[in-house]
Design a protein. Structure first.
Length: 71
């Protein structure tokens, strides 16, 4: 199942830091893109249906580390 989640950050610079951390992310294979003027990041990934998928929790934690909020 395909899952999408979006995060907004204080600035496009912070959004880019988050985006670059996800390029080498080991939790799950994610696709990302900037939107909304560059201060937001949309993350898309395949949900692992074999059990509990921790991807969303890990994304939330990483976004929080960069003061990002889910939108």
């Amino acid at each position: 199942m395909k899952t999408e989640i979006s995060y907004r950050f204080e600035s496009s610079q912070v959004a880019n830091r988050f985006l670059h951390e996800l390029k080498d992310w080991s939790v799950n294979d994610v696709k990302t893109r900037l939107f909304n003027g560059g201060d937001s990041v949309k993350v898309m990934y395949e949900h692992d249906e074999s059990g509990f998928d921790y991807t969303i929790t890990e994304l939330d934690d990483l976004a929080e580390k960069h003061s990002g909020k889910e939108v």
